[in-house]
Design a protein around this ligand. Structure first.
Ligand code: PBG
Length: 321
C-alpha cells in the first residue's frame, strides 16, 4: 500500500517536503495617513490598525522597517473633499507629504501609492460623476494628474484601484511622457465589487453616499471576465497584476498565475482581517494560526505578493521561525 503518512511523521520531514513557504519578503503593509496633527485613531472594525497623522507615524515606520517588511501601500484621508477629488493631485497633499517624509527618513522602505478618488470625493465614488455614474474617460484625465503628482513626490510604485477602463495605459503614457519611464505600475486588475471592503470604508471614510460601485468594480460571479480584465492590464503595461479580495477569490489568483508572465499580487482586504480578529476575540478560533493559514493559502494559490493588515503580526511570527 502506498502510505502518504510516511512523509508526515516528524516536523523535519514535513519541512523537507513542504511546498509553500511564506516569507516577510512577500508582504506589503497598508497605511492610513490622515491630514492634521496629533492623530492616532484606532479603527474600531480593524483592531490593531490605526489612522495616523504624519507627525505620529514614525513609531509605526520604525516598527515596519525593523520587521524588514519591504513595502507600504499608502491611503490618504484628506480634510477637504470636493466633487472631483482635486486634493489628490495637490503636490502639497497628504500623500505627497507622506511620500517625501518616508523617502527622507526611511529611504530603504518601498513606497507604493493607491491611486483613487473615493477618499477624496464628496460623494465617495472613485471618479467624476456625470448622470449619476462615474464618467470613465473624464476620470482618466484626473488619474493621470494624481499619478504624476505621486511620482514627482517620489513614489516607488503606483497602484490604481478605481477600475476605470484604460487606467494602466493612461498612467503608463503619462509617466513616460514626464520622464518616469522606470516607475512601475501595479494594477488592481481584478477588483470585485465586494462586501469585504466594509471596514476599509470606515477606516478611509470612503463609502459612497449614493448607489454602489457595481458599475465599475467586477461582479463576484465572474471568472472569465477576470481574465479579460487582467489581459487588458497586462497589454496596457501593468508590471504587477493584483486580485482583490483574496480569500474568496483564490481560484482567480491561480488563474492569473497560470496565465500571465507577471508577478501576481493579492489584497487580503479589511473584511477578511476583521472576521479573523472578531472570531479570535471571542475565543472561537486561534487568531494567529488562522492568520498564518490564510496567508499561506494565498501564497499557495499563486500570489507572489500579499497586501495585508496582518503584515506586522505575520512578520513577527516569521522572524521567530
Ligand atoms: C479604494 C480602495 C478600496 C480598498 C482599497 N482601495 C475600497 C473600495 O473599493 O471601496 C479596499 C481595501 C480593503 O477593504 O482593505 N478604491
Amino acid at each position: 500500500m502506498f502510505r502518504t503518512r510516511r512523509l508526515r511523521k516528524t516536523e523535519n520531514i514535513r519541512r523537507l517536503v513542504r511546498e509553500t513557504k511564506l516569507s516577510v519578503d512577500d508582504l506589503i503593509y497598508p497605511l492610513f495617513i490622515e491630514e492634521g496633527e496629533n492623530i492616532e485613531t484606532e479603527i474600531v472594525s480593524m483592531p490593531g490598525i490605526k489612522r495616523f497623522s504624519l507627525d505620529k507615524i514614525s513609531k509605526e515606520l520604525d516598527e515596519i522597517t525593523a520587521l524588514k517588511i519591504p513595502a507600504v501601500l499608502l491611503f490618504g484621508i484628506p480634510t477637504n473633499k470636493d466633487e472631483e477629488g482635486s486634493e489628490t493631485w495637490n503636490d502639497e497633499g497628504i500623500i505627497q507629504k507622506t511620500i517625501r517624509f518616508i523617502k527622507k527618513n526611511y529611504p530603504s522602505l518601498y513606497v507604493i501609492t493607491d491611486v483613487c478618488f473615493c477618499e477624496y470625493t464628496s460623494h465617495g465614488h472613485c471618479g467624476i460623476i456625470h448622470h449619476n455614474d462615474v464618467d470613465n474617460d473624464a476620470t482618466l484625465v484626473n488619474i493621470a494628474k494624481q499619478s504624476i503628482s505621486h511620482a514627482k513626490a517620489g513614489a516607488d510604485m503606483i497602484a490604481p484601484s478605481g477600475m476605470m477602463d484604460g487606467t494602466v495605459a493612461m498612467i503608463r503614457e503619462s509617466l513616460d511622457n514626464t520622464g518616469f519611464v522606470d516607475l512601475p505600475i501595479m494594477g488592481y486588475s481584478v477588483k470585485y465589487s465586494s462586501a469585504f471592503y466594509g471596514p476599509f470604508r470606515d477606516a478611509a471614510d470612503s463609502a459612497p453616499t449614493f448607489g454602489d460601485r457595481r458599475t465599475y468594480q467586477m461582479d463576484p460571479a465572474n471568472r472569465d471576465e477576470a481574465m479579460r480584465e487582467a489581459t487588458f492590464d497586462d497589454q496596457e503595461g501593468a508590471d504587477i497584476l493584483m486580485v482583490k479580495p483574496a480569500l474568496s477569490y483564490l481560484d482567480i489568483i491561480r488563474d492569473l498565475k497560470n496565465t500571465f508572465d507577471r508577478p501576481i499580487a493579492c489584497y487580503n482586504v479589511s473584511g477578511e482581517y476583521a472576521m479573523v480578529k472578531a472570531a479570535a476575540e471571542k475565543g472561537w478560533i486561534d487568531g494567529e494560526k488562522v492568520m498564518m493559514e490564510s496567508l499561506l493559502s494565498m501564497k499557495r494559490a499563486g500570489a507572489d505578493i500579499i497586501i495585508t493588515y496582518f503584515a506586522k503580526e505575520a512578520a513577527k511570527i516569521l522572524q521567530k521561525r
